[in-house]
Design a protein. Structure first.
Lengths: 349, 394, 82
């Protein structure tokens, strides 16, 4: 006769808190992983229950990327740290032109973090991954003492496969190439800032957090080798992305401010705080540099995709040994769009 | 955005620019100083100078309260913040200003000082109320635009009977600074700024009105046009200045009629007068000691004065000797004329006041305009693409 | 100097405060420095306090003066040559 199975009590998701036993590797850890993460992510590789996921590797060029997510607040209009972690790493893969294959997720949890919030985040991640057609196949959980983490820190790592013949890289921009922006800038940064009580403003703006690999697949198929590079303007905004590319490619840019889309509420929030939308983070937009004669076709393909409806040509690549990103302002004068000096802070002056 | 977008109209800007070009007498050079840092920022950020004819030049003045704050006062604030019982509340603008020995509020915060960035002085009062064991010090800076807000917060603290709220007051006044720039008769010729007129500050003037400039304009025979904050306002004001100069007039004119009156905001002036009084003199970074140019709390409000409650002993600190901020603030030199500009001194590693704030002349030039230095020194090379080229190609 | 933004008064609140909006973004600010503020007024906002009311008549007059100052159809280079 087999020994009776201990009927374990389910986690108290509603009122329970993360405690140090959840990170100790014992029964409590296993229960947390099972009832929160496996329940939300539910895929064959993860369900095997091993410490690692083993799979066959398709032939071709692989891409790997990793990112840590420490955003505060954890929940913001249009997303949360979980969906952000999924979208962000998928996008890093997508910017290489890759099809995402698998994701791994590791969690550092703070003692006392509500299980209800953790479940909310896990469900959000599961949904984001599922919607993107990618699975979170392996993970890890640790718990640190109260005060040593802002609720939860998440690190996601992704693996992707680059189609044959695709070679996107930040050093491939050439004078005469055109620059396309997939949509409005500043949405994510403003949405997150609106939840920081010290700034005290309210808005309906949603983060634009989204997985871009579907749009990228369409773009790569349409433009082929005419597509030089892709980059998503996350931290530091569009300005930082353009300056990075300029440095890598040893070129300059000439941009038209009036062709850059900014939602009225984003523009308004930036006015109130004295911020420049060019430096505000985006999580669902990309910059593409493409050979001039392939521009029109690429734009058509982008606008046919839900995440590229507002795509527009914002300028072109120039020969410039000082790598300036020059911009013609909507007013008609000129300026450069320089690197961000430190973190962008609201100003009174 | 209403009352904003219509004053940023590019087509109207080009038309006004054409009028300025038409009316600026050829062969004559016009030099106007925009006093206010906010105007410096607007001019740079929109590229207004590109629309002006070559004989109309803008010189950037010292109206940036972050820029004119002496290093010693930031040292004082850092010392206050390092006290374990103190919570220092500050506007974000001040976080990165370099103090003595490479220190800054940002670095002090990283080292454990309780420094909090706030949007409004009222927030500091609310923090004091919510955290009665903390001694909250509000680092107050600003010209007359910002002083009324500080006055309101002290009034609020008094009504709430708070004993743990004080203000470290560095409020300064605009007319004495304009006077300091104009009053160059005693200086050697080489140090005199020869501006033909001033673009007067927008929001300072909503508080003090246009009347304080009248005596200055008359005494020094220079026109002053108070201009709104948007680039079209600045352009219209420049046109009005060109006309005054052509007609030999030196009057105070108001371009910002939608927000500024001759008498200003009397309620705000009353609030300021209730709480503050004039200091005999105050050190301005780049301009030196100026008499009756700054404010301190009145005796009746001593309990809210951080300098008294904490026995603040100011140690004057000097700038890098190679720093030319003084000459830049007076409009005697352009940022690119300073040897430190772009070499040792940049927004990331500011050596002096003009680089620390986004509207300091050097920071504005670095962030928005330094590509023009290249155009003037490399005249022989192919010039960079112009906007018309982009439009033709698109 | 100083970043001050025109915002619309949406609602008056106790203790001389008001809810204001700009382009769909709303904030609660002090109106203690401005007399007789009404819903629908536009005020200049600086560091959490309204500094003054914006005069719509004068605002329109400013635009009219700007249009008057503009020379229709003349470009800057044509003007300089003239």
């Amino acid at each position: 006769m087999t020994s009776p199975r201990l009927r374990a009590r389910k986690l108290d998701i509603r009122d329970g808190l993360v405690d140090l036993s959840h990170g100790a590797g014992g029964r409590a850890s296993a229960q947390l992983i099972d009832e929160i993460f496996r329940a939300a992510f539910d895929n064959p590789l993860l369900n095997q229950g091993n410490d690692q996921a083993a799979f066959d590797v398709p032939a071709g060029r692989m891409v790997m990327s990793t990112d840590g997510y420490v955003i505060w607040p954890l929940f913001f209009p249009g997303g949360d740290i979980g969906s952000l972690a999924v979208h962000g790493t998928i996008n890093d893969l997508a910017m290489a032109g890759a099809r995402p294959l698998h994701l791994a997720a590791s969690y550092i949890l703070e003692e006392g973090f509500p299980l209800a919030d953790l479940q909310r985040i896990a469900i959000s991640m599961g949904r984001a991954a599922s919607y993107a057609g990618v699975a979170i196949v392996t993970g890890d959980t640790k718990v640190v003492e109260r005060g040593k983490a802002d609720g939860v820190f998440i690190t996601t790592t992704g693996l992707g496969l680059v189609p044959v013949g695709v070679d996107l890289s930040g050093d491939r921009a050439r004078p005469g190439d055109r620059v396309i922006l997939s949509g409005s800038i500043g949405d994510h940064g403003v949405a997150v800032m609106s939840k920081r009580s010290s700034l005290g403003f309210e808005t309906e703006i949603l983060s634009d957090s989204a997985a871009l690999h579907g749009l990228v697949a369409d773009m790569v198929a349409a433009a082929g080798p005419s597509l030089r590079l892709l980059r998503d303007p996350t931290r530091g905004g569009l300005a930082t992305t353009l300056n990075e590319i300029a440095q890598q490619s040893r070129c300059g840019f000439l941009i038209e401010e009036s062709s850059i889309s900014v939602r009225p509420e984003v523009a308004a929030a930036c006015e109130l705080l004295g911020l420049d939308p060019l430096y505000v983070a985006n999580e669902g937009k990309l910059v593409a540099v493409v050979e001039a004669n392939a521009t029109a076709a690429l734009l058509t393909v982008m606008r046919a995709h839900p995440l590229g409806r507002e795509a527009s040509v914002i300028g072109q690549v120039t020969a410039d040994d000082q790598c300036f990103v020059q911009m013609t302002t909507s007013f008609g004068g000129g300026r450069i769009v320089d690197w961000l000096a430190g973190e962008q802070l609201p100003r009174i002056c | 955005m209403k009352y904003i977008d219509e004053y940023r109209d590019g087509a109207l800007a080009r038309s006004i620019a054409a009028t300025i070009a038409k009316e600026a007498v050829s062969g004559r050079h016009y030099k106007f100083m925009e006093f206010c840092g906010g105007h410096t920022h607007a001019i740079s950020r929109y590229g207004v100078e590109d629309l002006l004819p070559p004989n109309v030049e803008m010189v950037h003045g010292p109206g940036c309260p972050v820029c004119v704050l002496p290093v010693g006062r930031i040292d004082d604030a850092i010392r206050l913040a390092m006290r374990p019982e103190v919570t220092l509340c500050t506007y974000a603008d001040l976080m990165r200003v370099p103090a003595s020995g490479g220190a800054s509020l940002m670095k002090a915060k990283a080292a454990g000082a309780d420094i909090r960035m706030i949007y409004s002085s009222m927030d500091a009062v609310l923090i004091a109320e919510a955290e009665p064991t903390r001694r909250v010090v509000f680092f107050a800076i600003g010209f007359e635009t910002t002083t009324p807000s500080t006055a309101l917060s002290i009034g609020l603290a008094r009504r709430k009977q708070l004993t743990n709220f004080t203000v470290f007051c560095n409020h300064v006044l605009t007319p004495p600074a304009i006077r300091a720039i104009l009053d160059t008769a005693n200086l050697p010729e080489i140090e005199r700024v020869l501006v033909d007129g001033f673009v007067g500050p927008a929001h300072v003037s909503t508080v003090i009105g246009t009347s304080p400039y009248v005596a200055l304009a008359a005494e020094f025979e220079k026109p002053v046009v108070v201009a709104g904050f948007e680039p079209l306002d600045v352009m219209q004001a420049i046109l009005m200045l060109v006309r005054q100069v052509n007609e030999g007039r030196s009057k105070v004119e108001n371009q910002y009629i939608r927000a500024v009156t001759a008498g200003g905001n009397l309620i705000a002036q009353r609030e300021i007068a209730e709480i503050f009084e004039l200091r005999d003199s105050f050190e301005w970074r780049g301009l030196g000691e100026l008499p009756v140019s700054a404010l301190r709390l009145r005796h009746a409000y001593a309990q809210f004065d951080a300098e008294q409650r904490f026995d603040v002993v100011s140690v004057p600190a000097s700038d890098n000797p190679a720093c030319e901020c003084g000459d830049v603030l007076r409009g005697l030199k352009k940022p690119a004329d300073c040897k430190l500009f772009g070499t040792v001194c940049s927004p990331e590693t500011p050596m002096g006041s003009c680089m620390v704030s986004s509207e300091g002349a050097c920071a504005a030039h670095w962030t928005y305009g330094r590509f023009r230095d290249r155009a003037s020194t490399n005249a022989a090379q192919t010039s960079p693409l112009k906007p018309s080229d982009v439009q033709a190609a698109a | 100097m100083c970043l001050a933004i025109p915002v619309r008064v949406e609602a008056l609140l106790p203790d001389q405060m008001a809810r204001v909006t700009l382009g769909g973004v709303s904030k609660v600010v002090s109106i203690a420095l401005v007399e007789n503020v009404q819903v629908g007024d536009y005020v200049l906002l600086h560091v959490g306090s309204a500094l003054t009311r914006l005069d719509p008549v004068e605002a329109e007059r400013t635009l009219a003066l700007m249009r008057e100052a503009a020379v229709p159809g003349l470009s800057a280079s044509e003007a300089a040559a003239a």
